[in-house]
Design a protein around this ligand. Structure first.
Ligand code: G6P
Length: 441
């Protein structure tokens, strides 16, 4: 049996992970589950409810919520990290400041992602240090965004750390693909994919028997993106208008390169003008999340606590948590599953620099992960990837060297930003807003 600490206990996603862990007690049995957060009050709301859920559904799991790193990180096998440095309030800044200059405002892409990266590095590195001090044999499975920048920072700053950076977006898109071709789950798909986090392309999609699903998928994506055709689709993500827009916009990304199928996040780099035009600068995704998911989850948690039972709770196992549980299972029980992870390139993409952090399929076992070789990629993707890798490397260099100049270069190089002048205006505003969080440049 394993022991897990969830770092970012007060996240709106934590309860979904807990439910997913409970549902997987046969495949990934737990001895203990701990929550860790630096915000006691916020974590308490989620923890009090989860304690009741665990007592009712899996009483054999020992549970503790703490703000003490020693208690949290001692004797664990896995750290599941999904922290949000600065909370949703700072996400709102990441999204709204670039929008003032008609530039994409997004939590992981463009200037907003860069600003968030400069905050996240500190938090994630701190978690690694706690893990190495109190549970040196543990693995950190890191979901904290912006995953690409965080991955590059940990590669450079903590090169020997047992950390695996992951993202659920390709998983969510694969679920969308499964729905389109009539398979039950994204796990029924065997894929070849290359790129960076939130920045990649599929070149092959097979079912488990080796049948090529690409032609059917392309036919659909050409018309509807990953959105449903007129017969509908019950993917829970698509119940939300903003995700529906993202999934259908894949149609236009696909049109640019019909040889591959795209990650939906490419819309921010290939269609920034569209994104800006379709975003309300005064009401961004952070506001939607605060008004909906955060409110719902926290209200439901308080309900559970006041009733003293979670029997009829509306909280559900989070789809996005499936992947993290599956990954922990593969590392623990040597399943040799094939999963998309963010890893050091080292030739996996033949014509991209070795020390880029790329997202490619890997085989996961007790030994860790082994990336699969995706070969040489075409000029278009190579150009885009090299540009974005440079942005991410410059951010990490700027962080380490406390260099304003390098951060300005990073923003300037982002495909979402039109000029060095606009980059500077945005940077100055972001720096002011992030005074408490960034190293002093
Ligand atoms: C997907 C991405 C994550 C991102 C999340 C944002 O799951 O893979 O990287 O954090 O979307 O979702 P939200 O509902 O908070 O906008």
């Amino acid at each position: 049996k394993k022991s897990v600490v969830i770092a970012g206990g007060g996240s709106t996603y934590t309860a979904g992970i807990v439910m997913m862990l409970i549902n997987n007690q046969d495949k990934f049995p737990l001895k203990s589950l701990k929550f860790y957060d630096n915000d006691f009050e916020r974590q308490k709301v989620v923890a009090d409810a989860c304690e009741i859920i665990i007592r009712e559904r899996a009483p054999e799991i020992e549970f503790v919520a703490t703000t003490d790193p020693e208690v949290a990180f001692k004797d664990v096998d896995f750290v599941m990290a999904h922290i949000r440095q600065g909370g949703l309030k700072m996400r709102e800044m990441d999204e709204k400041i670039p929008m003032k200059y008609d530039v994409v405002g997004q939590e992981t892409c463009g200037p907003g992602g860069i600003a968030y990266g400069m905050r996240s590095i500190t938090g994630v590195v701190e978690l690694i240090d706690y893990m190495e001090e109190y549970s040196p044999n543990a693995w950190m499975l890191n979901y904290s965004n912006p995953a690409s920048i965080v991955a590059e920072a940990t590669r450079v700053m903590r090169p020997n750390a047992k950390i695996i950076n992951i993202c659920d977006m390709p998983v969510a898109i694969k679920q969308g693909m499964a729905d389109i071709v009539g398979l039950k789950s994204g796990n029924d798909i065997v894929d070849r994919y290359y790129g960076l986090n939130h920045y990649g392309w599929w070149t092959e999609i097979l079912d488990k028997d080796g049948n090529d699903l690409m032609p059917k998928l392309k036919e659909h994506v050409k018309e509807y993106g990953y959105g449903p055709d007129t017969s509908g689709n019950d993917n829970p993500l698509l119940m939300e208008q903003s995700w529906m827009d993202t999934f259908t916009k894949a149609k236009d990304i696909y049109a640019v390169d019909p040889d591959t199928l795209p990650n939906t996040y490419l819309k921010y780099y290939l269609y920034p003008d569209y994104v800006v035009k379709h975003t309300d600068p005064n009401h961004t995704r952070a506001n939607e999340v605060m008004e909906n998911r955060e409110k719902n989850v926290f209200t439901e948690c308080r309900n559970i606590t006041s009733k003293g039972t979670a029997e009829d709770t509306t909280l559900e196992a989070g789809e996005h948590a499936e992947f993290i549980v599956q990954l922990a299972g593969a590392l623990s029980y040597n399943t040799h599953e094939r999963m998309l992870l963010i890893v050091e390139n080292n030739g996996a993409i033949a014509n991209i620099e070795n020390d880029a952090m790329v997202e490619v399929p890997c085989i996961v076992s007790k030994r860790g992960y082994e990336p699969l070789a995706m070969g040489k990629i075409p000029t278009f993707q190579k150009g885009m990837i090299e540009q974005q890798v440079s942005v991410e490397k410059l951010v990490v260099q700027a962080y380490m060297e406390k260099s304003y100049q390098k951060l300005w270069k990073a923003l300037t190089l982002s495909a979402t930003v039109p000029s060095a002048g606009v980059a500077k205006l945005i940077l100055d505003d972001l720096q002011e807003a992030n005074k408490e969080y960034w190293p002093e440049l």
